[in-house]
Ligand binder design. Structure first.
Ligand code: CA
Length: 236
């Protein structure tokens, strides 16, 4: 049977999905001491049912879970456009796993064993990010992407982009702070039948950088080695 512990409502509400009781207790206790409201689910199904019915600010998700895997929980959340930040906890640290989970919509990744202090820093950083933009203007530092007029400004100055460059920039800006893999970018910006060069993304990123970043600071378009790209004004 699954175990669910619920706590009182609080502006910052966290869900911890973790089947190892010792880890779950240790993390939940530490976070509650930091005044977060923490719900704990001991398996994937319970975690998914809580996450899909309650508005969490952040989900801390173990990958190896009985029943529904952490990756599957993550995919379901993102398919529903659930806006909660997701921090993945796992004993696996292979690059392929990281790529798979970033593609599924993870915002950050922490490999076990970890120190509580590091978990806390990452949780706080994720919670500081603004919620997904509801306005039609996406902003990253002094960059503005207007989804209605499809105009782009940096430091108030209009940038001239081609249609594909605009589509790529809008996709990055709509997910500011999140790492997007080349596969995700190709699927969103080019159509599914795209069979061109696999380096098409890198080519377009280079075009965008020359227009968006070359004459400006800070540089906003980041390369995340072995994974993909991210637009952000926070230091990596
Ligand atoms: Ca586990």
């Amino acid at each position: 049977m699954s175990k669910v512990k619920r706590s009182r409502s609080h502006p910052m509400r966290l869900l911890l999905i973790e089947d190892e009781h010792k880890v779950a207790d240790f993390v939940a206790r530490g976070l509650r001491a930091e005044r977060f409201a923490v719900d704990v689910a001991g398996d994937g199904e319970t975690g998914w049912s809580l996450a899909s019915s309650i508005d969490y600010d952040l989900v801390i998700l173990d990958l190896m879970l009985p029943g529904l895997s952490g990756t599957e929980v993550l995919r379901r959340l993102r398919r529903r456009n659930n806006a909660a930040a997701v921090l993945v906890l796992t004993a696996r640290d292979a690059t392929a796993d990281k790529v798979e989970n970033f593609e599924a919509g993870a915002d950050d990744y922490l490999t076990k064993p970890f120190a509580f202090a590091e978990l806390l820093v990452r949780v706080k950083a994720l919670l500081r990010r603004p919620p997904p933009a509801r306005s039609h203007v996406l902003r990253v530092a002094d960059l503005e992407v207007d989804r209605l007029t499809q105009q782009v400004r940096r430091g108030g100055k209009r940038l001239e982009l081609t249609a594909k460059e605009y589509a790529l920039l809008e996709y990055l800006a709509a997910h500011a702070g999140r790492v997007l893999t080349r596969t995700m970018i190709i699927e969103h910006v080019w159509d599914e039948s795209f069979e061109g060069l696999t380096n098409i993304v890198d080519v377009y990123i280079r075009h965008l950088r020359s227009k968006v970043d070359e004459d400006h600071d800070p540089k906003l378009i980041r390369t995340v080695r072995g994974v993909g790209y991210c637009i952000s004004d926070e230091m990596p």
